[in-house]
Ligand binder design. Structure first.
Ligand SMILES: NC(=O)c1ccc[n+]([C@@H]2O[C@H](COP(=O)([O-])OP(=O)(O)OC[C@H]3O[C@@H](n4cnc5c(N)ncnc54)[C@H](O)[C@@H]3O)[C@@H](O)[C@H]2O)c1
Length: 246
């Protein structure tokens, strides 16, 4: 690619997070956003209009053929990351995926292999590893200010936007495990950033809510089937960058 020429970027997926990507992309030097795509063509067109992007498409194949992007940001629901990224990579387009990279480790590894074979860039947006508070923590750790770390408790404590807006059609609410892919990717990415690849993963299903006495008074009790602890599932995964509970 000619280093003098602006990088042609497309955005695939025109949902909630798409505006954030476009706001940043528009501020980057050497980048031209050439197209946005979404299976919902009207949504893609509205997003393109909001951000002054020249072209929008309802078909990924058409976007690739007509807009000729160098790179595409993939911001579709997580279960579609692998298939959309594969189509782009096979067509010679570099890919920047929203987290999580895929919903199965085998799919993530296959994407890495495909990008390597095609000599294309492949990245994942783990934005919480750039949070100023986290960056400060990393610095303190590197400077030895925290001593030897025994264990880390990573707590993602932010309002769940889709819950607040009562957007129950969102992918996250379609199956219980989706909350892990959608939200836990953030604290897990921070743990890997701090301490490197994980060797062993244990998932301990716990009661979804451990109500405080005051909350217990306000809420009905959880049905017992929901709160009964299930056995710990442990996955040994030596040498891998990540593992997942099945
Ligand atoms: N890094 C973060 O802080 C952060 C925050 C929110 C969402 N995300 C990630 O961004 C991604 C999208 O999340 P969202 O909340 O914007 O979802 P969303 O449901 O609001 O939007 C997804 C969009 O993808 C479109 N789509 C579905 N299938 C498609 C296909 N095959 N081709 C093209 N478009 C298709 C849908 O029509 C929809 O417009 C997810 O991976 C999510 O985890 C990351």
């Amino acid at each position: 690619m000619d280093p003098q020429r602006a990088t042609r970027v497309a955005l695939v997926g025109a949902g909630f997070i798409a505006d954030f990507h476009l706001e940043i992309l528009k501020r980057l030097e050497g980048v031209t956003v050439v197209a946005v795509g979404d299976v919902d063509g009207a949504r893609a067109a509205a997003l393109a209009k909001r951000h002054g992007v020249a072209q929008s498409f309802a078909s990924l194949a058409e976007l690739i053929e007509k807009a000729k992007p160098d790179v595409a940001h993939v911001v579709v629901p997580p279960d579609l990351h692998a298939s959309v990224a594969r189509e782009l990579l096979e067509a010679g387009v570099g890919v920047f995926l929203e987290k999580p990279m895929a919903t199965a480790a085998a799919d993530a590894r296959a994407l890495v292999e495909l990008a390597r074979t095609k000599h294309l860039a492949l990245g994942v947006n783990q934005n919480q590893t750039f949070h100023p508070g986290f960056v400060a923590l990393k610095r303190m750790l590197a400077e030895g200010k925290l001593g030897r770390i025994d264990h880390v408790f990573a707590c993602l404590s932010v309002p769940l936007r889709q819950l607040q807006s009562r957007d129950f059609s969102h992918w996250m609410f379609r199956a219980p495990q989706n909350i892990v892919f959608e939200q836990a990717a953030h604290p897990l990415s921070q743990l890997v950033e701090l301490f490197g690849p994980c060797r062993d993963v244990a998932a301990v299903p716990a009661p979804a809510a451990a109500p405080t006495p005051s909350a217990r008074q306000r809420r009905p009790a959880w049905p017992s089937a929901r709160v009964r602890p299930r056995p710990v599932r442990r996955i040994r995964n030596p040498g891998r960058r990540c593992a997942r509970a099945r």
